[in-house]
Design a protein around this ligand. Structure first.
Ligand SMILES: NC(=O)C1=CN([C@@H]2O[C@H](COP(=O)(O)OP(=O)(O)OC[C@H]3O[C@@H](n4cnc5c(N)ncnc54)[C@H](O)[C@@H]3O)[C@@H](O)[C@H]2O)C=CC1
Length: 412
């Protein structure tokens, strides 16, 4: 870390501590939430979307170079901004740039886009983003796109990108300003065990109450890998004692997951960003539930199952939980207890690749396709991206309406 960036980090920590103290002092006195200016609409949206998509076509396959050029322009003359990103820029770089590109697609569903941007705005507080940073990103984004589209670039493209960016930045900044939560939560691991070689189940207590909905995720930063925030879902419905549970599998080259599984334990500290995600459960609904989880994708599914069983004990819930080997079907004792206690809950564990497993085997999408019908169900999916995409295809073939299928966005 450079001196400039560590100074910046210290200033941020001080700033956040002051904000936290202020918000705790004001907790009892506050009568109305802070109101902030939020754009009321985006009239040019459809035309802008078409222009943005057309502009991306002029860039073609040089996406990696655009990302590189974006960062070069962002840090040029502003080296202090480098301190906001982790040492290895790659994964985060792609994420930021993909989110900007994702704007073009997301414009077709304004209410959803606004909900996502508001979450993103609240989430950005953990990075210590200031208004001036939004301007820097704005210039770098358009600069990189313009440079790579070269002769194909048109002034209308630039105007469309700028309007969309300004709309997004205004929604994010107003959500950021209206938030009374801390920018991040300090957490301490209070329980940690490894039910399988590379899987850890851990419980975390936070310094300030953490409010979330079953099905949501957060981002976690560990001291060993500063500023590399990685997403993990809360694995239980919100608990009266406020303790959070996470399920983590250490993945190759995954520094954060490896630290969480192998290097950290009871007493270790970490930081959590605000809750994110809209694949939450509505406990006012009455449809039966089909929940399909692959591996540690079980986490949000278990939270959803718990939430429904405790608030709507008669609502039918079927959880299909798949892992490659029998030993990877962690958490089964807890799930089995739920099945015993709530007759409306059916648990279907599947060891997809284990010839000795006494229950169902074979690919989860085929298993889902061969049971059912599911078109009357509310369906929740979580697991490896390939699994979620395959299940999406099966469910669409089985005529389950898309609005009844819920999962977090998954990469292609
Ligand atoms: N830890 C967490 O809080 C959360 C994790 N996730 C995601 O869940 C995934 C869990 O990964 P692992 O535990 O390593 O799971 P894994 O790779 O061991 O697979 C779990 C199950 O899904 C099946 N599967 C995997 N890819 C498939 C495909 N393309 N088609 C059909 N079936 C497929 C496997 O056969 C296995 O039965 C990760 O991608 C993670 O990002 C998602 C939400 C929350």
């Amino acid at each position: 870390m450079t001196d400039a960036s560590s100074d910046y980090e210290q200033l941020l920590a001080l700033h956040h501590a002051m904000q936290l103290r202020r918000s705790l002092r004001e907790e009892g006195r506050r009568t109305a939430p802070v109101t902030a200016r939020r754009p009321t609409g985006y009239p040019e949206r459809e035309g802008d979307q078409a222009l943005m998509v057309a502009s991306l076509e002029t860039i073609g396959s040089s996406a990696d170079e655009v990302v590189r050029s974006f960062y070069a322009q962002l840090f040029l003359g502003r080296p202090y901004l480098r301190g906001l990103f982790p040492a290895g820029l790659r994964a985060d770089g792609d994420r930021l740039f993909n989110a900007l590109i994702g704007l073009a697609e997301a414009l077709s569903d304004l209410p959803r886009l606004v909900e996502w941007l508001e979450q993103l705005g609240r989430d950005h507080r953990k990075y210590g983003i200031r208004p001036a940073h939004y301007d820097a990103v704005r210039q770098a984004l358009v600069g990189a796109l313009r440079e790579h589209a070269a002769a194909g670039w048109r002034p209308e493209y630039e105007q469309a990108w700028l309007r969309a960016y300004d709309f997004a930045a205004a929604v994010m900044q107003s959500a950021e300003a209206a938030s009374t939560d801390p920018p991040y939560w300090q957490g301490t691991i209070v329980a940690h065990h490894r039910p399988y070689l590379d899987i850890a189940v851990m419980k975390v207590r936070t310094d300030v109450a953490y409010r979330y909905r079953a099905g949501q995720y957060t981002t976690i930063e560990v001291p060993a890998v500063p500023r590399a925030w990685r997403p993990y879902s809360m694995a239980t419905a919100p608990r009266p004692d406020g303790v959070l549970e996470f399920h983590v599998r250490a993945i190759d080259l995954g520094q954060v997951s490896t630290a969480l599984v192998h290097d950290m334990g009871v007493g270790s500290t970490l930081r959590l960003g605000p809750p994110m995600g809209s694949a939450v459960i509505e406990t006012t609904g009455e449809r039966p539930l089909l929940v399909v989880a692959g591996g540690t994708g079980l986490a949000p599914c278990r939270a959803i199952v718990e939430q429904v069983l405790t608030t709507q004990p008669g609502r039918p819930v079927r959880l299909v939980f798949g892992a490659r080997q029998t030993q990877e079907l962690y958490n089964l004792p807890i799930l089995a207890q739920l099945a015993e206690r709530y007759p409306a809950f059916t648990l279907v564990p599947v060891a997809t690749d284990d010839p000795d497993f006494p229950g169902p085997r074979g690919a989860l999408p085929e298993l889902v396709a061969s049971t059912g019908p599911w078109h009357q169900h509310e369906v929740y999916l979580s697991g490896p991206p390939g699994l979620v995409h395959a299940l999406d295809r099966v469910l669409s073939r089985l005529q389950v309406p898309p609005e009844q299928i819920h999962h977090d966005p998954v990469p292609d």
